[in-house]
Every structure is written in C-alpha cells, then in structure tokens.
Design a protein around this ligand. Structure first.
Ligand SMILES: [Zn+2]
Length: 323
C-alpha cells in the first residue's frame, strides 16, 4: 500500500516522547582463563505436565500419556548414559509435578552430578498469571524438588519460556540466582529485577526458539506440534551452525531438549554428534547453566533491564491490554 493521494504526512501532536526503550544492548562477557565461549545442554523433563495443561481431558488418553512418560522412563536414562560417557554435566529443568510422578529418576539425575533446576509445578500457562498464583506455583515447585531429591535449585526456566514482568522479582525474593527464559541476548547478563539494583538481580542466560527440540520433533495429534516431524540430521545441522557462530562470538549456546523427544534413538545419536562437535571447538566450556550463571554473577556487571514497552498516547486506534 502507498500513501499516494493522501497528501504530505503531518506530524502528530506528540513525537514519540516516552516511547524510546531504555534497554541497553547486551555485550560479551569475559570468560574464565582459557575459555572463549560456553555451551550448555539442558533438558526439560516435562513428562505429562505440558500436555495436561494444554488439554486436561488428555488425561484419559492412554497413548499421549505414554508418549510423555517415555521421557522419564526411557529418554532420561539414555541421556544420562550419553552424558556420563562423555563426562559432561547438564542442567535438567524439572516441573514439580514431574518430580512427584517420577522421583526415582530425578534422584538419579541428581546423584549423577547434574544440575536440577525449577521449571514450574504443573507446566502452567503463565501468560497473564497474577503474582499471588505465580508465587504459590514457584513455592510448590520448590517443595517438590526438595521433597523428592533434596534439591534447592538456583535456576528457573518458565514453562514455554513465558515470563511475566513480575516474575524476576518473585525469583529474586526466593533466592534464585538465575533465569533461563528470556531472548534478548546471545550473552549471559545481569538482570535488574526492579527499578534499582537494591531490588536485587538475577543472572539471565538467554535462550532462543531455534535451539529448542520441540519445534523440530513435537507431534501429538490434536494436542501439539506443527504436524511435521523433522529429520534429526536437519536439527543437527541447525544446532551446529548456531553453535559454531556463537563460539565465534564468545557467547553462551543453550540447547533445550525434552527427553520424550530427544531421548528417541536417532535423536539421541544426533546429540552425541553435537557433543563431539562441541568438544572439537577451542576454548568451549561445556557446562551447566548454573556454572555459567555463577561465573557471570562474579563479574560484578552493571545490571540490564528488559523494560515493558510503552504505548503511544496519541494513537487512539492502538489496542490497549485488558486491566
Ligand atoms: Zn517445559
């Protein structure tokens, strides 16, 4: 569409005052001696929770439930064996409900020396969730990880990576040290949870949809997924390209896999190919998200903000969010 015939554009009564974002661009961090970039393998042990959250009536569907239980029953043991063979420590984000359902495998993950982090209670849909409910969800998830595996996690990942603007403060109030749900950086950074540093900070270890196996493999008729199951060879190609580029940047590569998806045989085999490529890159620190967060916190960086967008006041046709 063109503006032909409408005459010259006239400036509006306001000129965007108050709309400019105050966010500063993220910058590369310095790594420990001998390290040029980091790579983290992360596994979200979601099991049944996200499917039940998407459609609670699926609780009566035996086959989809069995598809999800494949994760803790078959996928996680296969992944633990793979990680052990390569002497790699990974981060497992575990919903409290999954810990309650499969406590034995959660204990095995912890006993193998991997990091266990918080991933909600029931993989709740957190979009628009009020603070009180979200706080209760966080507390119930903490209790579940403590009761089943004796773990007090330092890290959090929001279900479906959906953070609310109040979530960082709720995490800081509970002593969490990092989050891994936001998407505005290739590099870890310090996130201010309020207007001032006094309100507390978290380390943010950012993620991206291109490094999530859900988009490649998830397929449950009538429940989730794009309806196409991609070849593991294509997923490997994408992830290696991103790994190599992030290594060049000195960034933190964070791959998110789900044991009910990437625990399948040919997909686990591809994870091994990815690990072999990681090991071949000079100065790449293959570690947990918690270790990256602890290192980042030690740098005493100036905290960044991730401010909520403001809306123009002089454009009545722009929709407003509900109260
Ligand atoms: Zn998840």
């Amino acid at each position: 569409m063109t503006s032909a015939g409408r005459g010259p554009a006239r400036p509006g009564p306001a000129s965007g005052a108050g709309l400019a974002s105050s966010a500063v661009p993220p910058v590369p961090i310095s790594w420990p001696a001998g390290v040029s970039a980091a790579a983290c393998l992360t596994f979200d042990m979601d099991a049944e929770a996200p499917i039940l959250t998407a459609d609670i009536s699926s609780i009566n569907r035996m086959t989809p439930m069995s598809h999800q239980s494949y994760g803790p029953l078959v996928g996680v043991p296969r992944i633990l064996e793979l990680l052990g063979r390569h002497d790699i420590k990974a981060t497992f984000f575990v919903p409290g409900y999954s810990a309650h359902r499969y406590p034995e495998i959660v204990r095995r993950i912890a006993e193998a020396g991997h990091e266990i982090a918080h991933h909600s209670y029931f993989h709740e849909n957190t979009i628009g969730m009020d603070e009180k409910t979200e706080a209760a969800m966080l507390d119930l998830g903490l209790r579940a990880l403590s009761d089943t595996a004796g773990v007090r996690p330092i890290g959090y990942r929001a279900p479906m990576w959906e953070m609310n603007y109040h979530t960082p403060r709720l995490l800081a109030e509970r002593g969490f040290e990092y989050d891994s749900s936001l998407m505005d950086s290739d590099h870890p950074y310090l996130l201010a949870v309020g207007e001032t540093r006094d309100a507390g900070t978290l380390v943010e270890v950012a993620v991206s949809w291109g490094l999530d196996d859900w988009e490649q493999y998830a397929y449950l008729p009538g429940l989730t997924g794009p309806g196409v199951i991609e070849s593991p060879a294509k997923a490997l190609e994408m992830w290696v390209l991103e790994l190599e580029a992030m290594h060049q940047l000195g960034a933190a590569f964070v791959l998110c896999c789900h044991p009910f998806l990437s625990g399948r045989p040919s997909r686990a085999a591809v994870l091994e190919r990815l690990i072999e490529r990681m090991k071949s890159l000079d100065g790449l620190w293959i570690t947990t998200v918690g270790a990256v967060a602890k290192h980042t916190a030690s740098l005493n960086l100036a905290p960044r903000t991730c401010p909520q967008p403001a809306l123009p006041t002089d454009a009545y046709w722009v929709a407003r969010p509900p109260d």
